[in-house]
Design a binder for this molecule. Sequence first.
Ligand code: SF4
Ligand code: SF4
Length: 198
Amino acid sequence: MTENYRNRFLREVEANVEQGEWVKMCIQCGACSGSCPLGKFWDHPPQEIFMMIRAGKRREVLTTDAMWLCTSCYNCNVRCPRGLPITHIMHGLAHYAKRQGLVPANQPTAKFARKFWDNLMTKGRVNELKLGLSLPFLNGFGQGLKVAMKNQKLGMSMLKARRMNPMEILGGHAIKDLSGFQKAIKKAEELENTRVVS
Ligand code: SF4
Ligand code: SF4
């Protein structure tokens, strides 16, 4: 592809999105979209997303819900005749949209990712009990309470069978070098942000 055909957004994707340099290799055969189990739920399947990138549709691509629904099943990856790492590109686009502040409001995967991240950063490890208990509340306190009441019996059984450690609710233990871990993540974020091409 000559430089003339590489629009500004395609170059931005190539520079900032994980495996974004592969987008230009897509031949629009449709094998990825046809084999994606979630395809029919999406605004835009991968094939269409790649076409939109090449057409310079920056806002439409980065604000779509599409790449947030990818479950990493890798069906598309194994079927793409050009060997595009589609799964990675989809996650890379979601990540880039997040860095650009363009995630659709109330996008559930993004909300879960935020919870997971905050949980991880607090102690340097994921507190599964706290994370699990917080999930029903992602869509509001009222709905969370309803789910909690419904699962009350199950929770008590898990406690009795020692499948849950109630001390974890108070925060649980941290990893040995928490501040070292947090510093390393902060540095990685700084390095990531220096890659942004506007
Ligand atoms: S990895 Fe994602 S985009 Fe690819 S087929 Fe699976 S869900 Fe669809
Ligand atoms: S399978 Fe590969 S080449 Fe075919 S449309 Fe999807 S990404 Fe493009």
